[in-house]
Design a protein around this ligand. Sequence first.
Ligand SMILES: *Cc1c(COP(=O)(O)O)cnc(C)c1O
Length: 493
Amino acid sequence: MEQIMYKSTRGSEKLLTSAEAIKKGIAEDGGLYMPTSIPKVTLDFISSMVDDEYCERAYKILSLYLTDYNKDTLHEICRKAYSDCRFKGGAAPVVKLDEKISVLELWHGPTCAFKDMALQIMPMLLSEALKMTGEDKTAFILVATSGDTGKAALEGYRDVDGVKIMVFYPENGVSAMQKLQMASQEGENVSVVAIKGNFDDAQTGVKEIFASKEIAEKLLEKNTFLSSANSINWGRLVPQVAYYFSAYCDMVKSGEIKLGDKINVVVPTGNFGNIFAGHLARVMGLPVNKFICASNKNSVLTDFIEKGVYDKNRDFYLTMSPSMDILVSSNVERMLSLIADTDTVKSYMSALKTEGIYTLSDSEKDALKSGFSAGFTTEEETADTINRVYHNKGYLLDTHTAVAMKCAEDFNEKTGAAEKMLVVSTASPYKFATSVLEAIGGEKGVLGIEAPEKLEAFSKKEIPLPLVKLHEKRIRFTKSIEKTEMAKEVLEF
Ligand SMILES: *Cc1c(COP(=O)(O)O)cnc(C)c1O
């Protein structure tokens, strides 16, 4: 089988194995790691996965990319990460909503958000990578989160040997439930700190710490090196490719589609990791017509895909779908690396940093538009969609999935598409219970952990187990700092 190596999107480094890329997280030139070639699969290969369980499907896809890992070890890691005790009722079930639309539920893991799909397996991939590369230093995982990544990373990395983890989140940019989930995190090797700023401030701060030679040297004195669990890490991204294959196989299995039929897929998008993983699946050979990039009122990606202009110089809004409140979407760089040469990618990224804007050439724009479509929703439309879908179809959407659902409806209406539509669902409605309860006509403004209980009573849909136990937990982390103090915080921890 073909050995896959990894290189930076900005091109200036030697080739790495997947274990080395996962260990490093981000390249020294500031670029993201990408495979030097994308493995291809046939319909027969997809067909061979139809009767598999999720962990087997994940193994078959991951082994095409992580070619330096020992096969048996990788197989064991997949079995462990996606076991029933971590994902209740299956890792990535597909639920049929109506004749046209099915929903891929990615939130059956321990934190009830789709980040678990990657963050339950990533720590094991890293741990193995440390062994494979003979590493004796402690890996310091540094995370900037707009909510869900933080909790999912803390849960995945807690008490994993040879690893420490610190999470920064924007003080007013996450839901009460997310804050509570993080503040009550257990584990000896974890720390959680709030930032007075928005998600981009937190992400920029983390990127600067990663880029600092001085901090790296100081950490080295403590026998520690930095590593990332954000979706810029290849180990976060690659596990996500698997669930697109899995969903397709489930749709074949249930007779929703025939093997080889194309589908359209809508993804509620923030950092472009989820949708880019889907795009990789398509490049590998999964029959997908369009990926529809769904945004909330922070519609920077809608404009990018429609007009070919990435412009972050705009107002930033806090919305009821906070995990998508992003103006700088990191994984777009990976997409660029597939449609433009390295020097162009570099020039776009430096323009984004200095001017906050760059413009694709016509041919790059056409390449992007041939595979992607885009839409966005206002807050009113998001709430209205939750309300309609609940009352008309009896299905309870979270705020992020509602954004995608509305974009799916709009796309179908506008294009009259014949294909079946898969809507990717990224969180349990109970994680954003305050907004969901209000949207379906329940009490307004219920805060904290009362909201899920009231949502359950009102909607008659069962609350997921990990969220039930939350209010029994002790609050451990209450610290809030200025964004300029992040580096100091890291060194102290
Ligand atoms: C992280 C997240 C997203 C955005 O995913 P990206 O990979 O960053 O595009 C969407 N919805 C929820 C609930 C999330 O947690």
